[in-house]
Write a protein that binds this ligand. Sequence first.
Ligand SMILES: Nc1ncnc2c1ncn2[C@@H]1O[C@H](COP(=O)(O)OP(=O)(O)OP(=O)(O)O)[C@@H](O)[C@H]1O
Ligand SMILES: [Mg+2]
Length: 383
Amino acid sequence: MSSDHLEIVLIATAWSTAAGVVGLAVGWLIRHRSLGWIPPLVAVVAVVALLAGMVGTARAMFLSDHDFGVVVWVSVVAGVVATAFATALGYTLVRTSRRLREDTRRFGEVGRFAGVAHGPAEFQALSAELARTSDRLEAAREAASRADASRRDLVSWVAHDLRTPLAGLRAMTEALEDGLAEEPARYHRQMRGEVDRMVRMVDDLFELSRIHAGVLRLEPECVALGDLVSEAIAGAEIAARDGRVHVGGSVEQGLVVTADPAGLTRVVRNLVTNAIRHTPADGTVEIRGRSVPDGVELAVTDGCGGIASENLPHVFDVAWRGESARTPEGLLGPGTQDPHAGDGSSGAGLGLAIVKGIVEAHHGRVHVANTGPGCRFAVVLPV
Ligand SMILES: Nc1ncnc2c1ncn2[C@@H]1O[C@H](COP(=O)(O)OP(=O)(O)OP(=O)(O)O)[C@@H](O)[C@H]1O
Ligand SMILES: [Mg+2]
């Protein structure tokens, strides 16, 4: 590059930069104005920078006055045309952003984003993000309304489940008071059984509300599964004998899991109680512990005859009790012979919801499947 050219480049750079700086200042001043101003401003700055560069270097170009005038006029006309096109472009941008704003306003009103992607990539990305947010909101709303409905159901079911035994208890206390009870000892036994059942139900509800509120406090430690299963079998002995069900188990040697011992004991107890309750006389309940690729599995298999496949997805729902209508067994009233009275055989449908809550609080999972003569509840906990 010759020294003449270098001088021209330097002078043109200085003049164009000056025009650019002025353009930048104007851009800063109108930064809160419409997006539509940006493209025409860019066009004007570009043409003014070109003109400034030419004016600054006019002498070095050895242009005649006439030629210089022609160049300036050509630049001015090109500038006006470019600004007109840039204004049209700005208008398109403004229209796209208005459409997006209108879609967003409707999203705020109806809670659903129904906009379609249009305009430049950034607007399309924003539109897609709003659509994703809308889907997430929809899912959260559905979950909240499901939780609300299940809470309402739970309250009415629990009220029902408590009202019936309470009415029975009142009838029995009145019979005892009036001296009408022929076998007071049986009444006492029955009353004790029902009170125990109600205490268990309230206890379960309390546990469930803590799980749902996310305040379940876990104190994880190393738990030897072999000991836990032996204790569960020993604890289920009376119920198993009453139901003439054989309860057995086996755990791989030395299997340990990091878990809250009380929580895990409750999980196993709830599963084993259910298994014994639903297994007919002379049936078998098996508890097995083994290690699996993603942790430790504890499975309870019974001889319940299988759970109807349409019911399988519901067994862990709060207050779901299968086909059995919400008419508690147990207290049928004074003087009625009820083989189940007070033995706790009718539940509130909370046991498996508690199992699921505790297992998930341990970042584990629980699932059920029909197998052999019954079903198999398997809990998998990470080690
Ligand atoms: N091992 C099982 N075999 C067959 N059905 C089962 C078994 N465990 C649970 N179920 C079905 O799932 C329902 C819900 O069980 P869940 O343990 O949550 O409640 P429950 O046993 O009825 O009452 P609770 O456990 O609160 O005393 C039961 O009522 C029963 O219909
Ligand atoms: Mg149960």
